[in-house]
Write a protein that binds this ligand. Structure first.
Ligand code: G1P
Length: 300
């Protein structure tokens, strides 16, 4: 790919994880939202494994107060390892060690929660002048789709920031960043000329919503540093991308696979059910139980 290709190779992934998780109180009073379990692993593990699978092994988590359990989860735990070894629990031992070796995990604290754009800005020093991926914790996407890999390919081809989008029903546009797009050559690719954060249905230029995956260039930091608070009084990543898209379109890749939005309790429960059903070890038994449970509810 020559020089351009090398400059477009992405190895860094950023995981904003500093929010209060107020939609999950009281569970999140003393525990980070990102470590709430989906089946038997903390939510953030799904995102980290997705990034690692796509070849990103320099991982930066943007944390805040009360986020120590995230650091512990991706670290070695010698006492636990000793206990597992003594008890002959080899699979469990392998798994806890593997988690500490997924990639190099770095942490930076966001001292004040001033919005997603502000959280991403905290990555500036670590990321330097390299392109990087951002994975938001609310969206779990189907690993079989290899979607992050696809976004990285699109970035290598275009060199422009890439966002993941999906159509949402009109009544949900106010929960997302919404894009104005023009079809681009290639399957499911769009040029984005404008973006608006959480518009009302009447203001929304389309129903294509940004889901939580971005490939960004370092120019976004300079723009974010100058971006005033927007929707909700917060510094919005969407607003910075809007500024960048005015100069040259950014690229949207449409995701069509299964996605679990864990932004609220109902989504969180659905994600647990769907991912439990997909598990080779317990899926069949779980679905058998669920069918019985539903039948009983219907007839009682
Ligand atoms: C954030 C972004 C929004 C995006 C969404 C995807 O919002 O600001 O543009 O559509 O993530 O999950 P949040 O859900 O953090 O309010």
């Amino acid at each position: 790919m020559g020089d351009a290709g090398t400059g477009r190779r992405v190895v860094k992934a950023v995981f904003p994880a500093a929010g209060y998780g107020t939609r999950f109180l009281p569970a999140t009073k003393a525990q980070p939202k990102e470590t709430l379990p989906i089946v038997d692993r903390p939510a953030i593990q799904y995102m980290v494994e997705e990034a690692v699978r796509a070849g990103l092994d320099d991982l930066l988590v943007i944390t805040g107060r009360n986020k120590q359990p995230i650091e512990d989860h991706f670290d070695r735990n010698p006492e636990l390892e000793d206990v597992l070894r003594e008890k002959g629990k080899h699979e469990e031992l392998e798994e806890v060690v593997r988690l500490a070796e997924l990639g190099v995990v770095h942490y930076v604290r966001q001292a004040e929660q001033l919005g997603l754009g502000h959280a991403v800005l905290q990555a500036r020093q670590h990321v330097g002048e390299q392109p990087f991926a951002v994975l938001l914790g609310d969206d779990i996407i189907d690993p079989h789709e290899k979607f992050l890999e696809r976004m990285l390919d699109v970035f290598e081809e275009t060199g422009r920031p890439v966002v993941a989008v999906m159509p949402v029903p009109d009544e949900q546009v106010a929960s997302y960043g919404i894009v104005t797009t023009h079809p681009r050559d290639g399957d499911g690719l769009h040029d984005v000329s404008d973006l608006v954060e959480k518009p009302s249905p009447s203001e929304a230029p389309s129903n294509l919503a940004i889901i939580g995956r971005y490939i960004l260039t370092h120019e976004v930091f300079e723009v974010l540093a100058d971006t005033p608070p927007g929707r909700g009084g917060e510094i919005q990543l969407t607003d910075a991308l809007r500024t960048m898209a005015r100069d040259e379109p950014i690229v949207a890749v449409e995701y069509t696979g299964a996605r679990h939005d864990m932004g609220d309790t109902l989504g969180f429960l659905k994600a647990n059910v769907a991912l439990a059903a997909d598990r080779p070890d317990i899926g069949e038994r779980f679905l058998g139980w669920l069918e019985g449970f539903l039948e009983e509810r219907r007839t009682s």
